[in-house]
Design a protein around this ligand. Sequence first.
Ligand SMILES: C[S@@+](CC[C@H](N)C(=O)[O-])C[C@H]1O[C@@H](n2cnc3c(N)ncnc32)[C@H](O)[C@@H]1O
Length: 390
Amino acid sequence: MKQLPNNFESALKSYLKKTFYPGTRKEDFSVRDFTEGDYRFFAKGVGRLTEYFTSDRGSLPRNYFNQKDLRSGYLFYFLPVNALKVAGLLNYIPDPFFQRPLKVLDLGSGPGTGMLGVHCRGAPMCAPSEKGQTHGSAPTHHYTLADQNRDVLQDALGLKTALGIPGELRIRAGDLLNNSLAKVVPPEPYDLILLINFLNEFSSERRASLLDILLRRYLAPGGRILIAEPALQRITRELMELRDELLQTERGHVYAPCLHQEACPMLAHNQRDWCHIYLDWERPRWIEKLDRMLHLRKEYLKSSFLILGNEPAPTYTAETWRVVSGHINSKGKSEMLLCGPGGLPQLKRVTRLDRDQSPANQDFDRAQRGDLVETVVGDRLTKEKKFRVR
Ligand SMILES: C[S@@+](CC[C@H](N)C(=O)[O-])C[C@H]1O[C@@H](n2cnc3c(N)ncnc32)[C@H](O)[C@@H]1O
């Protein structure tokens, strides 16, 4: 389970007050403890942003971080939540990838969400010692953050210092669309490129062409691109379409969550479902409080994502599957959908009747959306259209 750095809550609260109170009637409160009044002050922006992101996206101002309440609301709530998502999603990239200093590029970085996620990926790094030094010998990464909004990039710099995140940080401000990417971020090889809650702000043609440029001109050989999006049906199905288009045009390879490079079976055979995962988390106290104040629900973290690269992805045997649904329970049975090379071109429906429940098949109950499962039934799971677990 991923955690934020120990000093995160106090560093964030003091950063918020120091940055957003000067020039307001709250100026005198900027160095005092964080009170109920401070919660109320910053919760307003969280509430407005939530409304925009969930039901009123069309009226979100183009450069919304120009509005201080929206920017501070983002820092207070969305930054920590999204950073923990990134940390969890990076687990889908095998460990050895992170055991060297990486050049990380985060596009549409906001206040440094991707950087914080990479920092939190190795749990020991998130437990700074008393002197502010991090434990362990985790490599120091080099970060380049790009965003249209200068102020939010300054927040990234301020928070990096406040949190003691090691490594060099370059910030690049400018519009990353309309062929201006190279002007803002000159092409050079990056090991890890992050597009976190960013692509859905653009049309599908623009997403595809941006991805194409990144794969050809920005991604180092063997590097990875992580795209993460909110686990909403429309946005995720668009991401599934983008994946299929990328593979059809042979512009890149998919490493996760897919275990194959064929057309997405969920997209092809089902009009409704969307491929997303749940990540374990321990909700930080102040997030819990904001959830209560604003009637939000962040009891669990959900995300849809893709991990892409420019080198062929590993191939999996017909015994390895990804769980792509929750438990679908109905009278007398529980079912689950699996995706993997063995089931193509369909998803595989696996059923366990309640009367068959036994210690021998308890892994069926434990399996969760997003898990990788190995089967021990040889090719029976591949051959049988509907598989019954006994
Ligand atoms: C929803 S926020 C995501 C921020 C961060 N990646 C995260 O997940 O917390 C989208 C970000 O993309 C930036 N953005 C949107 N359109 C942009 C553009 N055309 N050029 C550069 N940045 C842009 C916004 O300023 C904002 O910081």
